[in-house]
Write a protein that binds this ligand. Structure first.
Ligand code: BGC
Length: 605
């Protein structure tokens, strides 16, 4: 694949060393994901924009994030078919709804001035059906048809006796459809063929099995890297390649041939999750040795090629981090499950590389913003405490962590139909897949100022999405004055983590606890940290010396017989100068001097 990267080699063609995040930065980062349509509107048109973000960069800077990540702001197909920016018409542009390319250059400059890296969301697997390439590819009469005819995944279909139009190429399903109306193939009259679209019909899949198409996409990435962008999130990374023989996917055991089969009833053995994507990752790394390269990895049901395994292959192939949906079990699962999950992740990511997303812009009823997910799991009585425990757990595990706008405020998922009236819905899959999948509940405007219209997001009477009253009460202006607020807690947590080498660069070893206790060691050359959590609403003791040897106890300033008395959803992070959270340390009696330490002391290390 060397030829693809030749045109990208820098330093006059000298071999460039592969990007090593542990050399290029000081370890696993904490980043802030912004949904530009609803973060800040600078011109009062109701739509968030780049200048609005630039005017608010002090916020991520003050919070201590290492970088800001934006969902797409390129020219995209207008209206619902634009999928909120993920149906791209021109990758090397800025959509007028967000501003201009000069605005974006200024954003990069202002972010860098504040020590914030800039990551963009690159929609690798598909463009819009209004992209110039697809217009040429789908129209044999187009002057550039020959050049672009293979840029997308086309299939003639399978002849059906007595039918004019051929039948579907195979059984592949779209993730954005309803059972029975959800083929991943859409017929195009001009081309008289089907094209593959894993998402909406307006999002035709690029044929990344072909080298010249991959190279065309890398050119688009290079455009932004050359403008100073520090890295990319590859959208839908596992959808990049499909089986070149277009063979059927396997149905989940026992799911076929029942009616109402949909995307989730298949193993994605052929439609996506191809080994060839590892080659694409290697090419990207060769092309962009100094950039942060990450991806979202969504794969099929457990039992097939599943997402953590696939994500680990991308990291081995040269990506820095990947996220899946499995990590979102943190905060709403039993300790035993999390022990298993973290152990599995460690076996798959021996050099690190997991990206823990606290929330993302894709939250919906069944998989909402993490505050709501935790509150649903633990109940209203413990929601705030369990959410703060969850944030501490996310910041203790090994990997990159991202907060989605509003996570730092503890925003709950907005309710479709009440907080967001049905006639204000923006997300197209509310229609194509079902209202229960609508993601607008996680995409509402960021509430900066409770005293202002639309909580400071916009002066418009018609904001992109309404601000729920419950969010206004959680706005930045209110919380920043309260030292006990979620915002203050989160800001302290992020700044604290930046000072802990073991949490940024260290290894992770799960300790052999049982029941509701989750505990693991994080270790680097210069720090040992015990991270212990009570993932339940019960109170109980935890004795570190039951799971740690004398050497480790001493490194932590602990003694045999010391007991951590956990209250519900307590957290004890020891060795990192952090007060215990909903827990206290009962020191072991010292045999020679009786209790030579006060009965209880908060271990201020
Ligand atoms: C994005 C979604 C988007 C889809 C299609 C996902 O990775 O997170 O918001 O609708 O890809 O591009």
């Amino acid at each position: 694949m060397g030829s693809v990267s030749d045109s990208f080699s820098r330093n006059n063609g000298e071999a460039v060393g592969l990007y090593d995040k542990r050399l290029k930065n000081d370890g696993d980062e904490v980043i802030y994901q912004i949904y530009p349509s609803t973060f800040a509107d600078s011109n009062g048109d109701g739509h968030g924009d780049i200048n609005g973000i630039t005017s608010r960069l002090d916020h991520p800077q003050n919070m201590g994030y290492d970088a800001v990540l934006f969902t797409p702001v390129y020219n995209f197909k207008p209206g619902p078919e634009g999928d909120g920016g993920y149906a791209v018409e021109d990758y090397c542009s800025i959509d007028p709804a967000y501003g201009s390319i000069e605005d974006f250059d200024r954003l990069i400059e202002e972010a860098h001035k504040r020590g914030l890296k800039v990551y963009i969301d690159f929609v690798l697997p598909h463009s819009a059906d209004t992209h110039s390439w697809f217009k040429a590819s789908s129209d044999p009469a187009h002057p550039e048809h020959e050049k672009y005819k293979d840029h997308y995944v086309w299939h003639p279909g399978n002849p059906v006796e007595g039918k004019e139009r051929p039948g579907l190429p195979n059984n592949w399903k779209t993730v954005f459809g309803k059972p029975g109306a959800d083929s991943a193939w859409t017929w195009n009259d001009k081309r008289e063929a089907y094209y593959l679209r894993h998402f909406l019909p307006s999002q035709p899949a690029l044929n990344l099995n072909l080298e010249h198409v991959r190279k065309a996409m890398y050119e688009q990435v290079k455009f932004w890297i050359d403008r100073g962008v520090d890295g990319v999130r590859n959208d839908s990374g596992s959808y990049a390649n499909c089986d070149p023989q277009y063979r059927d996917n396997e149905w989940l055991r026992g799911h076929y041939p029942y009616e109402g089969l949909g995307w989730g009833d298949q193993y994605f053995s052929n439609s996506m999750c191809q080994e060839s994507t590892n080659d694409l990752v290697r090419e990207m790394r060769e092309c962009f040795p100094d950039s942060m390269i990450t991806a979202e990895v969504i794969a099929g049901a457990p039992g097939g090629r599943e997402s953590i395994e696939i994500a680990s292959e991308y990291v081995k192939a040269g990506m820095d981090y990947c996220y899946t949906t499995y990590e979102r079990a943190i905060g709403s699962s039993k300790a035993g499950y999390i022990r298993g999950l973290l152990s599995y992740i460690e076996t798959k990511f021996p050099e690190g590389g997991m990206w823990y997303t606290i929330s993302t812009h894709d939250g919906y009823d069944e998989s909402p913003r993490t505050y709501t997910r935790v509150a649903n799991y633990v109940g209203p009585e413990y929601a705030d405490i369990a959410y703060r425990q969850t944030l501490q757990l996310f910041m203790s595990v090994r990997g990159m962590v991202s907060f989605f706008q509003g996570d730092e405020l503890g925003l709950p998922q907005a309710r479709i139909g009440t907080d967001i009236p049905y006639d204000k819905i923006q997300d197209p899959i509310a229609d194509t897949k079902g209202m229960q999948y609508c993601r607008d509940g996680s995409r509402t405007p960021f509430p900066f100022d409770s005293t202002k219209k639309n909580a400071g997001f916009s002066t418009s009477d018609n904001p992109y999405l309404p601000v729920p009253e419950s969010h206004r009460a959680l706005a930045v202006d209110i919380q920043e004055k309260d030292p006990n607020s979620t915002l203050s807690f989160t800001k302290d947590l992020i700044h604290w983590r930046k000072q802990q080498p073991a949490l940024k660069k260290g290894t992770l070893n799960i300790l052999n606890t049982y029941g509701d206790t989750l505990a693991f060691l994080r270790e680097s050359d210069d720090q040992t940290v015990l991270c212990a959590f009570n993932l339940s609403g019960n109170s109980f003791p935890f004795t570190p010396s039951d799971v740690l040897d004398q050497e480790k106890l001493e490194e932590l300033g602990l003694r045999t017989g010391d007991v951590i008395e956990f209250a519900p959803y307590g957290a004890a992070i020891i060795g990192a100068n952090r007060p215990l959270f909903n827990a206290k340390l009962i020191p072991a009696p010292s045999p020679s001097l009786g209790q030579d330490r006060p009965k209880e002391f908060s271990l201020s290390l």
